[in-house]
Ligand binder design. Structure first.
Ligand code: SAH
Ligand code: SF4
Length: 326
């Protein structure tokens, strides 16, 4: 039966033609395949497609399909909201949501694979949708077991806001996924302002856990850095970031803020030349750096911009407006 759900992308028992018809009918009556149901798809100009998915209990989450030539990236959610509450994140504004089960996480990949009609070994998977994967580590690790049926661990990336015990737990796994860490500031003061979780696991503790992460030779840790105008985009911040990450085999992925006047009032994307300058400073200091411009996705479908709702609702309280100092 798993072969039908996986390799053959079945979405109901009815099509499982090697089972007797009577059994298929009884299965369809009595059980759900448990695959998330596609509520809506939203396409961006650059080819990426955002899927709003409904789980068995009615909870809605989002997944994104990003085609890249013959390969694809599928961005999956690990929770139906997020309690970590980063200042720049729309999902964080919505607040905590329940942990997704392993099947619900792998099911997002399968639902997208079926909709986008790609095969078993064509995709990368990134845990960069809604939620903090390492606050749901047990289910995420079980989801890795399921996903690895068709996606190699080297093609899977778990992105975390820096939950130290989660990093330590994941490090025990036999086959390690790639690790991406949302850093977004090189000093505790700025990082705490953007990512309150830094109060619990400040930069020194986070880096102690990262130094213990069993990186395979040739692999690197990715540091994601959301660039916010006049908050964390200075020359000095770039220089300090380079110093901080250089001792680890690493690369930096700069993500110019995806603005949302409604959900993230007061936070702006820096001008292009400041983004370029920040990247050049890192590169000159010997740190590999890429810039993730979320093209047509900017408005609503970029990873880290996911709401899991059809109609936006105003922010839960007036505290998105942390005015940047100058
Ligand atoms: N909770 C995990 C994974 C989901 S967020 C984490 O925080 O790493 C995926 C990425 O989107 C993170 O690197 C996050 O910093 C980034 N992100 C969140 N909100 C964003 C925004 N408004 N603009 C650009 N990137 C954002
Ligand atoms: Fe949660 Fe990640 Fe958003 Fe922070 S950036 S609130 S950890 S989903």
């Amino acid at each position: 039966m798993l072969g039908w759900l996986w390799e053959r992308r079945a979405s109901s028992f009815e099509v499982m033609s090697d089972l007797p018809r009577a059994l298929r009918e009884r299965l369809d009556e009595a059980f759900e395949t448990g695959l998330p149901e596609v509520v809506r798809r939203t396409a961006a100009e650059d080819g990426a497609v955002k899927f709003l998915l409904r789980l068995a209990d009615g909870v809605q989450v989002e997944a994104v399909h990003i085609p890249m030539g013959r390969r694809q990236t599928v961005c999956v959610s690990s929770q139906a909201g997020c309690a970590v509450d980063c200042a720049f994140c729309v999902t964080g504004r919505i607040g905590a949501g329940r942990n997704l089960l392993a099947g619900e996480i792998a099911g997002q990949y399968l639902a997208v694979a079926r909709e986008a009609a790609f095969g078993p070994h064509d995709a990368n998977v990134v845990f960069m949708g809604m939620g903090e994967p390492l606050l749901n580590t047990t289910n995420v690790m079980a989801a890795l077991d399921l996903l690895e049926r068709e996606v190699s661990n080297r093609r899977i990336t778990v992105s975390t806001a820096g939950i130290v015990p989660g990093i330590e737990q994941l490090a025990q796994r036999k086959r390690l996924p790639n690790l991406a860490v949302s850093l977004s500031a090189p000093d505790d003061e700025t990082r705490t302002r953007l990512m309150p979780v830094n109060r619990i696991w400040p930069i020194a503790d986070l880096f102690r856990a990262l130094r213990a992460w069993p990186l395979e030779p040739g692999r690197r840790i990715t540091f994601e850095y959301v660039l916010v105008d006049a908050v964390n985009d200075s020359e000095a911040a770039a220089a300090r970031l380079a110093q901080l990450v250089r001792p680890l085999p690493s690369k930096v992925n700069l993500i110019p803020l995806n603005e949302s006047p409604e959900w993230l009032p007061g936070l702006r994307r820096p001008p292009v030349d400041r983004v370029d300058q920040f990247a050049r400073t890192l590169a000159a200091a010997g740190v590999p750096v890429t810039v993730r411009w979320s093209k047509g996705l900017g408005a609503a479908a970029a990873c880290g911009q996911l709401k899991g709702r059809e109609t936006p609702r105003p922010p839960r309280k007036e505290r998105g407006a942390r005015s940047p100092h100058h």
